[in-house]
Design a protein around this ligand. Structure first.
Ligand code: SF4
Length: 1007
């Protein structure tokens, strides 16, 4: 047992004994001796709490010289909150982390941007108890995640594998040697020749002359990122697009792609996939499906705060639909919050049932749906509009297309006179039209988008939807009526729960509920976010453009963003008179990027085999359901990835298979510019700059090794454009690009100078208070005349519009402008590349299925329970190495309902085995009341072997892995493969390829 843990237990028994014999005061005094895990505390009242940074003296406040407080960005989860970091002035170590009161991700209300810095500290302090009103917080993870900075398993020097991939043996090498080896290639491991990156940086020679659409050799480099924590544009525009490859992908396919793509279908924007969120503050009714505000989700703290406020001070009522009872529900607010248990993957049937009821009982907002264009929207002073009345061609060569004129403007039937007209000339269109129309002498059989939605919803009875969802008919009926009883201040939300095989249509259907009540851009309804200040391409610089930047082209390794019907493979088959279906494997034209398709695609050499992979903090081996099936492909360099370079501050489950590891910066050592995903209604940009010294080895120019500095030096070594002399485009001049600050400080300057009124100038006092003194030489050199405005942005952790700018009357100020797609033409004219089946252009019920349509048996006798994953408010994939969080959550469990446990004779605390047809996990069973009886829940974040879980050997010295980090269960070990695909592919949503980790059929047995 670890010493501190033993001390904790000893401490517990002492206090228990004391409590029995002493009074409260005495017990308190002794209990406090337990502060710091059993070690005696310094103070009997305040324990080991550090002294405050604010000193109150005679009605005034002053700053302690012992500390400096600087703004930064947390990455304890993908919310990336703006926080303030208290640093010990002498040791330079982090003392504590709290919220940034200027940022809406940590405060609500947040401070007006012009608030003097000193006032911001007063506002959040105990001074006149102002901190009670103006609380600005970090969550439990955010408070502790800084432990990562000093973690003994952190990689601080470049590593090269010794022995085979995955043997966890490494040798440290210089960064110069690493760059030389990966650039030049050679017999790097005594296993044969490896092609270097120089040979792959070829944007002229085609990969495959037979398939010119695959693009140039440069596409044989794939770069994997993760969630954008403020540096993705740097990586993509300054390196990936300079190299010339099309293959960059973030982690969306193993996180929330089904949600992103479903919302993109609804907003008819697959290119940029805008993110939607309810306006929690003014919402009157919220339906949240497969996500749990106040427990998890993004923005985690903000939506928790707003939910709590709205259900007490506001008018909010809400229903949370999940297989497990979550912290979203609150007994304290009585009827205002409700949990509706559902079996995993039952959500699509539930929502299609609701749509059926709403249409059947005509509870939809007819006048809103009849608005056919932006012109009519403006005239009617409306918030948004849909294509409900647009006419879809039902047969002939244009089948599935919307009837439009040469300028792509839709035709509709005018409700006033029944005539076919251009939508811009109609105020109220017929949404129920079906029949024939004539246009320029051509007859078309058409149906309105709304009719197609109605038909899809009516394809099944309510009884059918009840059976498939596991929610009874009466409940579906009542929920549909309730949803349509609160006007337009109604929200819908979903996230990780839709990561199953039909998750894309599930999200599209959930969002469609919103269209039926007209909630997009409406106060209290749905928002696409408040936007951001211009950052990388702004009034001072275009940091994304430079001489010699490539325009990457060709088919992506994941076969995303491209329809199979556009490929040379398809055309060749058609020309040869063959049936073009099936293709060799699945294509995903509506998806932006699919990390979970990289390894199998390369191993299959379809569309081609990769030459090299650079992963940057990516971890699909832990995060991808069924990734175990891919390990043999990853372990053998000959199979899928001949050269694998990981940029990572830790050796994680994926980077342990790399050939080389380049250390990255961590948390507050890092640069970045980022905006919230959604959940904000006002313009918001956060900035992050190194406020701590990196412990990493350095380049010859003194710059610590990180992703940012590595890409510059690698780019120079490869002779790529966009690095070094004159590589940065200013509005009036060009500048050198040699260090990360050359890029990021200029992005900060763009942010500061955006708009008619730039950010104010920081005074000398504020510069001193924000601890910006050390940055002044760099600031003045790079930002010249604007440096004080940039300092103002840096001192506040970003630039933020004030809360008052959120609405214009009942409308959101930053409104979504395009029509909502009741029918999505891109989708409705697409095909499944293996079966040739047409995709439905409207939400429709599909059984849980494999890619080609074979049903996943959810009711088999052998695997008769359904496993699902959920997130808590404690763990995240970023928290493996945070030891202090283990005091709150030591491990994760197999959660089972009391009913099911009884049925199987399993007791609380029993050791159990959960098996799917392809995987197995062992764990401790936790019996809970709040769980759907058909389900088994497993919390995300446990069962880590990376980041210090496994032992590693570096330069011959063994670092013993910590058993506590391995504790718990990773549900992804149960993941299924899809036998209808080429060789090995993990199960995914059948339309967009999002990895399917929810609703895995399993059985449970007592060990
Ligand atoms: S929600 Fe918590 S862990 Fe996530 S970024 Fe914010 S403070 Fe950090």
């Amino acid at each position: 047992m670890e010493k501190s843990r033993r001390n904790f237990l000893i401490g517990t028994s002492i206090v228990a004994g004391s409590a029995a014999v002493g009074g409260y005061h005495e017990t308190l005094g002794k209990a406090i001796t337990m502060q710091r895990r059993g070690e005696k505390a310094k103070d009997s009242i305040y324990g080991n709490a550090p002294l405050t940074e604010i000193i109150q003296k005679e009605g005034k406040i002053a700053f302690s010289n012992d500390y400096v407080v600087k703004p930064s960005v947390c990455n304890g989860c993908t919310t990336f909150c703006s926080v303030r970091v208290k640093i010990d002035a002498k040791s330079g170590e982090v003392v504590r982390v709290f919220g940034n009161p200027y940022s809406l991700l940590s405060s609500d209300p947040w401070l007006p941007y012009k608030t003097p810095l000193i006032e911001s500290f007063k506002a959040t302090s105990g001074f006149k108890e102002s901190g009670l009103e103006m609380r600005s917080t970090a969550c439990s993870r955010g408070n502790l995640v800084y432990e990562k900075l000093k973690d003994p398993f952190r990689v601080t020097t470049p590593l090269k594998r010794v022995g085979k991939r995955g043997e966890d043996k490494w040798a440290s090498i210089s960064i110069e040697q690493l760059i030389k080896e990966i650039s030049e290639g050679g017999n790097l491991f005594g296993e044969g020749e490896v092609q270097g990156l120089k040979a792959l940086a070829d944007t002229k020679t085609l990969i495959d002359a037979q398939n010119p659409d695959y693009g140039p050799i440069a596409n044989k480099l794939c770069v994997l990122g993760t969630a954008d924590e403020g540096r993705q544009n740097y990586m993509v525009h300054r390196f990936v697009q300079s190299f010339g490859t099309v293959n960059f992908m973030g982690h969306t396919s193993i996180c929330g792609l089904s949600m992103r793509a479903g919302e993109a279908a609804y907003l008819d924007d697959f290119a940029t996939s805008p993110h939607m969120k309810p306006d929690f503050e003014h919402c009157e009714f919220l339906l949240s499906i497969g996500t749990a505000p106040a427990q998890a989700g993004n923005p985690f703290k903000r939506q928790a705060k707003l939910l709590a406020k709205s259900r007490t001070g506001g008018a909010l009522r809400y229903v949370i639909v999940t297989p497990i009872l979550t912290n979203s529900d609150s007994i304290a607010v009585g009827e205002r919050s409700r949990w509706l248990p559902i079996k995993p993957s039952g959500d699509l049937a539930l929502v299609m049932g609701m749509i059926r009821v709403i249409i059947d009982e005509e509870r939809y907002l007819k006048a809103y749906l009849a608005i056919p264009s932006d012109v009519a929207q403006k005239t009617l002073n409306e918030v948004s509009f849909t294509n409900a009345s647009h006419l879809v061609i039902m047969d002939g060569a244009k089948k599935g297309e919307i009837l439009v004129d040469d300028a792509k403007a839709a035709y509709v039937i005018d409700k006033a006179d029944g005539l076919l007209k251009n939508a811009a000339n109609v105020l109220e269109a017929d949404i129920l039209y079906e029949g024939d129309v004539s246009l320029e002498g051509v007859k078309y059989t058409v149906k309105s988008s709304f009719v197609l939605l109605k038909e899809a919803a009516f394809e099944h009875s309510l009884d059918f939807y009840a059976k498939e969802s596991g929610v009874d008919e009466k409940t579906i009926l009542e929920l549909a009526r309730e949803f349509t009883s609160y006007g337009r201040s109604v929200g819908v939300d979903c996230h990780g729960g839709t990561m199953h095989s039909t998750g894309f249509y599930t999200t599209y259907a959930i969002m469609m509920l919103g269209a039926l009540v007209g909630n997009l851009n409406h106060k209290g309804g749905m928002s696409v976010g408040g936007g951001k200040f211009k950052d990388f391409n702004g009034s001072c610089y275009n940091l994304l453009a430079y001489a010699g930047k490539q325009k990457p082209f060709g088919v992506r390794i994941d076969r995303a963003r491209m329809a199979y019907e556009k490929t040379s493979e398809y055309k060749r088959k058609v020309e040869q008179g063959q049936n073009p279906y099936p293709a060799k494997d699945a294509w995903f034209p509506f998806s932006p990027a699919i990390e979970s398709e990289v390894i199998n695609s390369s191993a299959n050499a379809y569309p081609y085999k990769l030459g090299a992979l650079i992963s940057w903090n990516a971890n699909f081996v832990y995060g991808q359901s069924g990734s175990e099936h891919l390990l043999p492909l990853l372990k053998d360099p000959a199979k899928a990835i001949p050269l694998f370079v990981a940029i990572d501050p830790f050796i994680n489950e994926t980077s342990r298979y790399a050939d080389y590891i380049v250390p990255d910066s961590v948390l507050y050592e890092t640069w970045g510019v980022l905006a919230p995903w959604a959940g904000h209604l006002t313009k918001t940009t956060h900035v992050r700059y190194p406020i701590l010294k990196s412990p990493n080895a350095t380049f010859a120019n003194g710059e610590p090794i990180s992703m940012d500095s590595f890409m510059i030096e690698l780019g120079k070594a490869l002779g790529l454009a966009g690095f070094g002399k004159n590589a940065i485009n200013g509005t009036t001049a060009k500048f050198d690009f040699d260090k990360p600050e050359d890029f990021y400080l200029r992005a900060f300057e763009n942010v500061a100078m955006d708009g008619a009124t730039p950010a104010p100038e920081a005074s000398d006092d504020e510069i001193a208070l924000a601890g910006l003194g050390e940055y002044l030489p760099m600031l003045q050199r790079i930002c010249t005349d604007n440096w004080r405005r940039v300092a103002y942005v840096m001192s506040r952790g970003g630039r933020f519009a004030d809360k008052v700018s959120a609405y214009e009357g009942n409308k959101m100020s930053n409104a979504y402008k395009k029509p909502i797609a009741i029918y999505n033409q891109t989708l409705g004219t697409g095909f499944n590349s293996l079966s040739g089946e047409s995709y439905s252009g409207v939400p429709r019920y599909y059984m849980p299925r494999f890619y080609t349509g074979a049903k996943i048996d959810m009711d088999s006798k052998e695997f008769n329970l359904l496993a699902f994953s959920y997130k808590s408010n404690v763990l995240s994939s970023y928290s493996a190495s945070v030891e202090a969080l283990r005091d709150t959550r030591y491990t994760t469990f197999v959660d089972l309902s009391t009913t099911t446990a009884k049925q199987y004779g399993i007791a609380h605390g029993d050791h159990v085995v959960v098996s799917s047809s392809e995987g197995k996990v062992q764990g401790i069973c936790r019996i809970r009341e709040g769980l759907h009886p058909r389900s088994i829940g497993i919390e995300h974040g446990g069962g880590r072997i990376g980041e210090g879980g496994l032992s590693v050997q570096i330069d011959g010295v063994k670092k013993e892995g910590r058993i506590a980090r391995r504790s718990g269960i990773n549900i992804n070990t149960l993941g299924l493969s899809d036998a209808s695909r080429l060789n090995i592919a993990t199960l995914s949503d059948f339309v967009v390829g999002s990895n399917a980790r929810q609703a895995i059929p399993v059985r449970i047995e007592k060990l």
